[in-house]
Design a protein around this ligand. Sequence first.
Ligand SMILES: Cc1cc2nc3c(=O)[nH]c(=O)nc-3n(C[C@H](O)[C@H](O)[C@H](O)COP(=O)(O)O)c2cc1C
Length: 432
Amino acid sequence: MNILILNGSPSGKNSITLYTMLYIEKFFPDHTYTTIHVGQQIRSIEKDFTKSAQALAAADLIVFCYPVYTFLVPSQLHRFIELIKEHGVELQGKFATQISTSKHFYDMTAHQFIEDNCRDLGLRYIRGLSADMDDLTKASGQKEALDFWRFVEWNMALDQPDEDLTEQAGSAGRIALVTDAAEGSKLSEMIEAFRAASAQKVDVVNIREFPFQGGCLGCFRCAADGTCIYKDGFSSFLRDNIQTADAIVYAYTVKDHSMGSRFKMYDDRQFCNGHRTVTMGKPVAYLVEGDLSEEPNLMTLMRARSEVGGNFLAGIADTDEKIGSVAKTLEYAIENAYQPPKDFYGVGGLKVFRDLIYQMQGLMREDHRFYKKHGFYDFPQKKKGRIAAMYLVGAMMNSPKIMKKIGGKMTEGMVMPYQKVLKDAEKKRNQK
Ligand SMILES: Cc1cc2nc3c(=O)[nH]c(=O)nc-3n(C[C@H](O)[C@H](O)[C@H](O)COP(=O)(O)O)c2cc1C
């Protein structure tokens, strides 16, 4: 396969992000990888786009590889996208994905920007990897990079015209499908189509039928002793029937720009779990009856909920055509325990809760225990070595003499730990 990497970092070969791609290349050597250093060479590319156009035309998969810059991508990569459009390069039907590094500050707007532009260009977009800039130096980040690549290759194989999504062999695992669908409705048909396309056992839980005594009253009784003031059995129903599933699918009809008040009641009553992300690691998906192109807030809500909960969002099917691929992706996520890193919604959201629960630990005892157990309290930052190193770098940068000497070599120093990761990976591979 021909893979074209668009390296959007102005650091060029010393891009931290590019190292994630280089790491992947070490483990998947059977492809042809070509890189255009868009971030460094945009001026010459602007003058002559011929080579870039040829490389784009030859690619089976285009990887947008960039650092997040102020909510979006570096201007140089933005300009490159403009040039693709200005030159009318035909990319229809090719695959595309993205890899970014950042501190997760508004990484999801950058990813959405790339996804939206891929759609403009007729590219078949595969959800990308948003890594923290330190991730590749850790075993967990290295695993996430390789898992991501397997997911990309799986998607490309899945998207072959002869792939029959309706034939299912049956697979381990159970999906809890939570819905408020009325009998005979269009949504019920979507649910049946999903069941037919799913390899897993699908248990439908219709919240229309659940004898709720009412919506959450905000009494905080559950925060104190873990029990709900209502005696309608919802908490144990939720814990025994829904949270025990391997994946959760929500099926609803868009009502008043939301999932409707019945679903809202279901959501609010989940406060019996406090702020504990009890289904962390389990994938989720949505079946939606309604026009989501008119519902940007609802889209944000579904994405943010999954990110904060630590659930991989396997897909949102708002048309019959999408149901099969959502079912397949969910199956892949269950079987491979696919769990990409969180984006700003998840990282930022959890920091807000982290501060809240820490202050309220006397009352929210269960939450506090959970947050301690799962290492959510990542403060105070006890990284003394790193802080000291940054003081040293800061002091050096204050000296015009030293700056003159190391001026252009800053990025070289920054990628040294990543170079070591690559060398170690090579060693490991040669030992096999
Ligand atoms: C101009 C500029 C803007 C940045 N904006 C963001 C941002 O909005 N969000 C974020 O999390 N990181 C931001 N960063 C940090 C970079 O995304 C991060 O350092 C990245 O890992 C650098 O990757 P590279 O070595 O591939 O260029 C910014 C850095 C620069 C220089």
